[in-house]
Write a protein that binds this ligand. Sequence first.
Ligand SMILES: C[S@@+](CC[C@H](N)C(=O)[O-])C[C@H]1O[C@@H](n2cnc3c(N)ncnc32)[C@H](O)[C@@H]1O
Length: 451
Amino acid sequence: MKEQRTMEGLAARRIALKVIRKVTEDGAYAALALDAELKGCGLGNSDRRLVSRLVYDTLDHLIYLDWALAQVMAKPDTDIKLINILRLGACQILLEDRIPESAATNLCVQLCTELGMPGLKGVCNGILRNLIRKKEELVMPDAEKEPDKAASIRYSVPEWIWKRLKADYGEEAESILSYRNLEDGWTLRPNLTRLDDAEFEKLLGKKIWKKEKTELPHAWKITGAMDISRDADYLAGNYSIQSGGSMLACLAMGVKRGQQILDCCAAPGGKTCYLAELMGGTGRIQAWDIHEHRVALIEAQARRLGLENIRPMVRDACRLREDLTGTMDAVLLDAPCSGLGFMAQKPDLKLRVTEESVKELTELQERLLDTVSAYVKPGGTLVYSTCSILKDENEHRAERFLERHPEFEKAALPMSVPEKYRSRYSMGLQLLEHRDGLEGFYLIRMRRKDD
Ligand SMILES: C[S@@+](CC[C@H](N)C(=O)[O-])C[C@H]1O[C@@H](n2cnc3c(N)ncnc32)[C@H](O)[C@@H]1O
């Protein structure tokens, strides 16, 4: 029995290490790599949960773990395979209280052999045992002398992200970075062309999930569901999974029946479908995306939900279509962005996003805004949104756009957006997870002035 548990324990660490290596060595996305490795892995539910926890905790605390390991190593090691085994070991020793430290160390030593490095077993063992001995004595950098470095290690976030958030939010940066939502929840909303809120509530009543109506129209918070995307009602198109911020961006569009709408960065189509439903299946929504394989995702969602007012198209929204100038009642630019509003759920973003990549994104965001704003009719609406919390991608972009385009003005949010958010709306609405319970998200509604 004990031997069986050890084998499973080793299998769980082997899979976790494989995912961590794919993310840190090959640049893979953690969620996709984890799904791929867990598929058909043969582990039971509790070991699968352990793998997920080890992967996400190691990636989330990578900067902190590297700093802790550096303190107990005689010299920095350069073998990335060994470094990743040590990170996995340090995660269990420093962050897990349910795993015996010696078991964590022994399993890491076995992984050295599995990765073809039996000669490094002693080094690995020595470093991890040293960490166990010295873990209470680890000294953080002096917060007085090196405040940015100290914060970067404390919150395990690259120094540049810490500095940006500190400049953008002051003291609140610490709450933003320390918040973790440990609840495994989803937000669901009915397919409005089939079910109203009361009917949807009845449908939810038949499920074993815990459910709670949120303050957003049409939205319920669900917990205790394993894989919603395999639920028969989901597959039949009776409801969708959508985050609160995304729903608010759609409500901000204030669409009406029969309108002509453009969703110019639309894949995988979550917002397109909600807009189509808010219009009761009438009018027309052009749903563009630059990638053909992603346009197929919009088509699949529209088919699942039975929505016929959506026209998915492969289009580069940076290229002006003269024939569409001034033809749209409303345009949604849900722009490509750093995604840092999801940093807590997707810790690999902290490793992937760089200052350089944000600069490139802000240039693309400007290009997209300049181009797609041309399609808005006089009196029509332009909504700009991102799932970022960096002001540079959000309100600074909106401010610059309004400076460059005096034919646009900031517009009030429609009454369908809850008062709580309307009252906080200034140069846009910034959602922050620790404060709002919704993912980090930004939106602003603008209006083309009448001729
Ligand atoms: C934030 S995602 C959109 C999410 C989507 N609105 C939803 O709610 O499901 C940004 C999308 O913009 C697309 N994109 C990036 N550059 C683009 C361009 N030049 N033209 C059109 N789409 C683009 C990406 O492929 C990506 O699917």
